[in-house]
Design a protein around this ligand. Structure first.
Ligand SMILES: *Cc1c(COP(=O)(O)O)cnc(C)c1O
Length: 377
């Protein structure tokens, strides 16, 4: 069996190793330390957002963001349906209910027209507004903030940007993570840069980011003894992992370039192949290349998305269906949904191809030729 080709494996360099060893040798193991603060500053500068709190995961960052905009028991929170479950799960941690909205075809992200319908219907019927809108930047592409930001502002609903997959992307020149009240990043194992596990909460309000750090360290009051007036969490990032993150941030632009080259390779390989199209990339934005996603029209191509996935797996190549929309998940079956056909169709026919920044041309050729061998003609 040939060596396994992974969907999106970690890609480390020499800086990550030496920074990690620096953290280790300085004995800043327990858990906060100078690399955490430096990672926060460097990431905030990279995404042009004033403040950042390094956390143990993107999920933790979303949980704190929701709490800090005031989400609580019995509230509704609008969430993109086409996403990873971690976008919606933290809503339920707070006793609130996700209200899902379908994708637009232009970016595959939250459809601004449907969001407007949802907010307008609530206003007209005198129902409470959602306490927040969680907008996901899917597969490394920003949502349509030209529409979404003014819409949330008009109805007075805080926007939380789930940019876990989109570090380094932009919309109208502005970096992902900078839209709305909070931006959230993830450094989990298969994201564009990784600390093995980790996350970052960013935002324009220093007071709120300070409060996130406070809640993330067990909400300890400033007193020599251990005193607590709030319930807190153990959500901070370790100094060891922050050191790795600093090294990864230095090579982010190289990682973006390599991942974009993957898609360019696949596009060329499948250029004249009927039945394969790629995730659209809107002209207003730049895509960070995280995952290359194709949509397979099985009649035109001659094989289904699932037949391609299984054929790849049989040759030890990892690919993955597009996220199964949240409105089709058993755990969220009771939650309201507006629209649904767009994300359901993308899920049905969408496949994420191997997209790592360390893929070689020979590996890309292995993937592409296997896909092409499944064609009907
Ligand atoms: C990965 C991911 C998260 C969660 O981040 P973790 O660091 O794994 O907790 C949230 N939202 C989206 C869209 C993601 O892809």
């Amino acid at each position: 069996m040939p060596d396994r080709i992974y969907l999106s494996p970690p890609h480390m360099g020499p800086d990550e190793r030496s920074l990690l060893l620096d953290a280790f040798d300085s004995n800043w193991i327990a858990p906060l330390g100078p690399h955490v603060e430096a990672f926060e500053k460097e990431l905030a500068a990279r995404v042009a957002v004033p403040h950042a709190a390094a956390l143990s995961s993107g999920t933790a960052a979303l949980h704190l963001a929701l709490q800090l905009v005031g989400v609580g028991r019995g509230d509704d929170v609008v969430v993109s349906s086409l996403t990873f479950a971690a976008s919606a799960n933290p809503v339920t941690y707070l006793g609130a209910r996700p209200v899902f909205i379908d994708s637009e075809t232009k970016t595959w992200n939250l459809d601004p027209d449907l969001l407007e319908e949802e907010l307008e219907a609530r206003r007209r019927e005198g129902r409470p507004m959602p306490k927040a809108v969680v907008v996901v930047d899917l597969y490394g592409q920003c949502a349509n903030y030209t529409r979404l930001e003014p819409l949330c502002a008009k109805y007075g609903v805080p926007l939380i940007e789930d940019a876990a997959e989109a570090l380094g992307a932009t919309w109208n020149g502005k970096p992902a993570g900078g839209f709305g009240a909070f931006g959230v990043f993830s450094f989990n194992g298969n994201k564009i840069i990784t600390t093995s596990g980790g996350g970052m909460l960013v935002g324009p309000d220093k007071g709120l980011i300070d409060k996130a750090r406070f809640l993330a360290t067990q909400a300890r009051d400033p007193a020599p003894h251990y005193q607590h007036s709030h319930v807190g969490y153990n959500y901070r990032l370790s100094n060891l992992l922050a050191a790795v993150g600093r090294g990864q941030l230095r090579v982010l632009d190289e990682r973006i370039a390599a991942r974009r080259r993957n898609r360019a390779f696949y596009e060329q390989a499948f250029a004249n192949v009927p039945g394969i199209r790629f995730m659209p990339v809107a002209a207003e934005g730049t895509w960070n290349g995280w995952l290359t996603v194709i949509v397979v029209d099985s009649k035109a191509f001659g094989a289904t998305r699932e037949q391609i996935r299984i054929a790849l797996e049989q040759q030890n190549i990892e690919s993955r269906p597009v996220w199964k929309p949240m409105h089709l998940q058993p755990v969220f079956a009771q939650c309201p949904m507006r629209g649904g056909a767009v994300s359901a169709a993308i899920f049905e026919d969408g496949l994420c191809l191997p997209s790592g920044s360390s893929l070689t041309t020979a590996e890309l050729e292995r993937v592409a030729s296997l896909v092409l061998s499944l064609r009907s003609r």
